[in-house]
Design a protein. Structure first.
Length: 176
């Protein structure tokens, strides 16, 4: 269930960690005849990720998948810490927080399925897309109204950046 007080955590977040499949994608793959697997990512999620990086937030990707096209897309957004092929996500989380001097209670992690469960139990603000599995929803302090790959990452990033007055959309009001 969604914890109504999740907004209290937003002002403490300085680090975003995202899973890929089911969070930054809708979890579908198109399998080509040569065996390549194609994924689709939402441009609005990409804009939010780039905005978070540009605003000085830590952004990290921890995914069990190992598609190099995913790495290329996310690197192009300025994300430097991309852990692909991560089968024990706690190892990558521990490496990341140690190397970047990040406190776990300042981390927002968005996952959607069982491999994300152990990591989500450790962070300050575990979140998930609307279409996450029930086990993940049960431990999430915030459940986005958006599905994975359909703006769920944008939803949480925008909320955090607005609380920190670092959302680029703030300039729009000046022109209305």
């Amino acid at each position: 269930m969604e914890d109504k007080s999740y907004k209290e955590y937003l002002k403490h977040i300085n680090t975003f960690i995202f899973d890929v499949d089911g969070v930054l994608t809708d979890g579908s793959v198109t399998i080509m005849t040569n065996g390549d697997m194609l994924r689709t990512m939402n441009i609005k999620d990409g804009y939010a990720l780039k905005t978070a990086v540009d605003a000085g937030f830590n952004v990290c990707i921890i995914s069990g998948g190992s598609n190099e096209g995913v790495r290329k897309r996310l690197s192009g957004l300025g994300i430097k810490d991309i852990f692909l092929g991560a089968h024990n996500k706690i190892d990558q989380l521990n490496e990341y927080i140690k190397n970047n001097n990040v406190a776990l209670d300042h981390v927002l992690y968005m996952g959607d399925d069982i491999p994300d469960f152990p990591v989500m139990k450790l962070v300050g603000l575990p979140c998930c897309p609307q279409d996450a599995v029930p086990e993940i929803k049960s431990i999430s302090k915030y459940i986005s109204h958006k599905n994975g790959g359909k703006g769920a990452a944008r939803d949480v990033i925008e909320q955090v950046l607005k609380v920190h007055d670092k959302w680029n959309g703030n300039f729009v009001a000046k022109y209305d």
